[in-house]
Ligand binder design. Structure first.
Ligand SMILES: [Zn+2]
Ligand SMILES: [Zn+2]
Length: 410
């Protein structure tokens, strides 16, 4: 079967996808509960030949499209496409006809475009269902911005929505600066950092500042911990697998001549490999416990919720690169040399399913990508002219990856 490109049919959907994106932009919702957003997605999918289910602990939408070219009997391959849907607690400062109508909330990370692109991919693939050698799961996800929405959807079964686990998963993220509009980027291996919060309470025994030998000084021991953590990083990790530990807050004491009972500090931990993250989390605890023991006092440690490293499978990143190049020309795809310091909860999917996460430049043509406000800024602007191409790429990745998987099985 010779397959035609999705780019033209995506442009035919342009007006309705842009209208959906702008409607979502005007009414951003935050966190795991996005009822209005969910309603708009269900409306956009209405009438398509999809098996649709919604979340329990969150207002997710999972849609399954059964391919017309599935092998008779037996399991068909499955590909998962993901779009996140939540906004941010940011007060929009853009003057747009479709600017946020809700005070203090904004689609400042472009997830409104992601939702429209994924709805577009569902439309495109539904229209060419007979070309699909397997099934597609569309994962419309709330709560990316710090709420672990992807993990909640995994717990609720999104990876088994079609019956068998996907052979591949893809996600796209728009960026309002740095990249020229329409440029896709990705890379094999680590794509985005893991970000963890390390919390330390140093438990000493207070006393008079003149007589430290009668007390157990948590400030002194805490300061030793802070410096030892830096030494640990340089003596434990390969510099080519970067690890950053920064103690960003330190609190203790009330007066110059009083030794307090306790001191408290927090550090951010950034890592780019699963191994480095696991080792760093262990070593951070060992170092502060070791220093505490050396000083004869106690310590309590904990980690705040943090997203894992977003790791692209090398084959899937290569497949995405070839697919984007075939679809739009090689000049539209760049293999980015370095991972990005931000973090993403699509990482939870990529821990379980090989796949790739891509960026798509969406800086408006009248702004300079070098200076345009970045994602999360109250002035971030995303040009929705990229939405049809994003939808076309997602649809093509799903269709062609299913074809490749079915060919391998045959
Ligand atoms: Zn964001
Ligand atoms: Zn985002």
């Amino acid at each position: 079967m010779s397959l035609t490109s999705f780019t033209e049919s995506a442009q035919d959907l342009r007006d309705e996808l842009v209208a959906l994106r702008r409607s979502l932009h005007a009414t951003p919702e935050i966190g795991l509960t996005l009822p209005r957003t969910q309603e708009k997605v269900l409306e956009a999918l209405d009438g398509l030949p999809l098996e649709i289910s919604t979340g329990t602990a969150l207002s997710s939408v999972t849609a399954v499209l059964r391919g017309g070219g599935r092998p008779a009997g037996g399991d068909a391959p499955v590909v998962l496409l993901r779009g996140d849907m939540d906004g941010l607690p940011v007060a929009e400062r853009n003057d747009l006809p479709y600017r946020s109508e809700i005070d203090g909330r904004m689609h400042a990370c472009g997830h409104d475009l992601h939702t429209a692109m994924l709805a577009g991919a569902a439309r495109l693939l539904s229209g060419r269902r007979e070309e699909l050698a397997g099934d597609v799961v569309f994962m419309f996800q709330p709560g990316e911005e710090g709420f672990e929405g992807a993990k909640v959807m995994i717990d609720e079964g999104v990876l088994e929505a079609a019956g068998t686990r996907p052979v591949a998963a893809y996600g796209l993220h728009v960026i309002s600066s740095m990249l020229p509009p329409g440029l896709f980027t990705s890379r094999p291996g680590p794509m985005m950092a893991a970000a963890d919060v390390f919390q330390v309470r140093v438990k000493g025994r207070g006393g008079h500042g003149s007589s430290p030998h009668r007390a157990l000084d948590p400030v002194q021991a805490g300061c030793a911990m802070v410096t030892e953590l830096q030494t640990m990083v340089t003596r434990t990790f390969d510099v080519f697998d970067p690890v950053v530990v920064t103690v960003g807050q330190f609190h203790g004491g009330t007066a110059d001549n009083v030794i307090p009972d306790e001191a408290y500090f927090e550090a951010t931990l950034r890592t780019f490999s699963r191994d480095a993250r696991a080792l760093a989390k262990r070593r951070l605890v060992e170092v502060v416990e070791g220093v505490a023991a050396a000083h004869g006092l106690g310590v309590e440690t904990s980690f705040g919720m943090g997203y894992p490293v977003t790791v692209n499978d090398a084959d899937e990143a290569g497949f995405a690169e070839r697919t984007a190049g075939d679809l739009f020309g090689p000049g539209r795809f760049l293999v980015t040399p370095q991972p990005v310091m931000g973090s993403e909860d699509f990482s939870y999917v990529l821990e379980r399913v090989p796949g790739a996460f891509l960026f798509l430049g969406a800086c408006p043509a009248d702004r300079d990508p070098a200076t345009a406000p970045y994602n999360h800024s109250p002035e971030a602007l995303f040009d929705d002219a990229v939405v049809p191409d994003g939808a076309a790429l997602l649809a093509t990745l799903a269709r062609d990856r299913l074809t490749a998987a079915a060919a391998l099985d045959a």
